[in-house]
Design a binder for this molecule. Structure first.
Ligand code: WQD
Length: 340
């Protein structure tokens, strides 16, 4: 069986990807420094898959010695790199924490992969590299814009590090997946998003408001040039997103790549406004959400959504879950966390 290393694999996206990789027949090695999560999702993955022996290594990929040791002790056929800090606001207030961690960890992974015969590197990138797009929907050829946050900038820089490494070293090839807005939780409600402190992202703030952990959802601006005045995003179900990673790993391991470095948008192709999402959440979960209109949040783009054609065609992947299913799964997860 081929083995995939999932760095940051105890986190929200990493744990969902681990489930789908195991269910697709891969061996998985999870490694995480636990700086932004606890073992809830790792334990949930074991329950969902029945793999009590799922290997886990607590380590930081900023530690080159530990990273090299991992690649020398385990035969790794592909690595999916999630291990990074991801809070946009924090990256503005503490940029060195973000450049130091997000860049060094990825460089170490590439160095170790190159040294230990792991040719296949899958990088967790983000639609944030497109900034405020001039044209919609965005394709992989849409221009990247100067990032509005150090977090987003680390995503652009890591894409370039992967691109340049592939060009220079025959031992490395790579795929970057540009996620739009991942939301929801596994249908089992055993894994999901576990934001620490006050959630930055919309859907966890909604579910925490609905469960009573937050007083009121603030909708950041209803005066944007969009149909209902609120920002539009491409909300991609976390299980659909995870399955895109399995397709990308298969593309690499089954020698289907057409270039040594490939980029794919992972989105639904459907724009949804904040107000539409709030209304859909209330409707599918049959509840009334307490919300108010608040001032715009600095740095927010008005609208962005994907043209997912390339991923549909080349990865053989398409988002299948409906917004309603996804928002019901997010609510089920929040209730699970509350012991309901
Ligand atoms: C979505 C919309 C907000 C919270 C960021 C990163 C991206 C990825 C996902 C990390 C916006 C509005 C939000 C709230 C609101 N990051 N909103 N009230 O900013 O599109 O993307 O998170 O993995 O790389 O850029 O996501 O969920 O923060 O915001 O009105 O309490 O919801 O203004 O329009 P965003 P988000």
């Amino acid at each position: 069986m081929k083995r995939v290393l999932v760095s940051g694999g105890a986190g929200f996206i990493g744990s969902h990807v681990t489930v789908e990789l195991i269910e697709a027949g891969y061996d998985v090695l999870v490694a995480d420094d636990m700086s932004n999560c606890d073992l809830t999702c790792y334990e949930g993955v074991k329950k969902i898959t029945g793999r009590d022996d799922l290997p886990f290594v607590k380590m930081s990929f900023c530690d080159m010695e530990a990273t090299d040791k991992l690649f020398s002790e385990w035969k790794i056929d592909a690595v999916i790199h999630f291990a990074a800090f991801k809070a946009v606001g924090e990256s503005v207030s503490d940029p060195l924490k973000y450049y130091g961690n997000n860049l060094q960890s990825f460089i170490n992974v590439l160095e170790a992969a190159k040294a230990h015969g792991c040719r296949n590197v899958l990088f967790s990138s983000s639609a944030t590299v497109y900034g405020e797009p001039e044209e919609l929907p965005v394709t992989e050829k849409s221009p990247r814009q100067p990032s509005t946050s150090p977090y987003g900038n680390t995503k652009q820089i890591c894409e370039d590090i992967l691109r340049d490494s592939v060009a220079a070293y025959p031992q490395i090839r790579g795929i970057a997946l540009r996620y739009f807005n991942p939301i929801g939780a596994h249908p089992s409600a055993l894994i999901g998003e576990l934001p620490r402190g006050v959630p930055n992202n919309l859907v966890p703030f909604i579910t925490q408001t609905a469960i009573g952990r937050r007083e009121c959802l603030s909708i950041f601006g209803d005066d944007y040039p969009t149909p209902d005045g609120t920002c539009q995003r491409d909300y991609i179900d976390i299980v659909d997103l995870a399955r895109a990673h399995v397709c990308a790993v298969a593309r690499m391991l089954d020698e289907k790549m057409e270039q040594e470095y490939e980029i794919f948008n992972v989105g639904t192709g459907r724009p949804l406004s904040v107000m539409e999402l709030v209304n859909a959440f209330q409707k599918v979960n049959n509840l009334k959400l307490n919300y108010k209109i608040a001032p715009r949040r600095p740095g927010d783009v008005t609208a962005i959504w994907a043209d997912p054609t390339l991923a549909n065609e080349k990865l053989g992947w398409k988002a299948t879950r409906t917004t309603e299913e996804t928002l019901a799964s997010a609510w089920a997860w929040e209730k699970h966390l509350a012991g309901k």
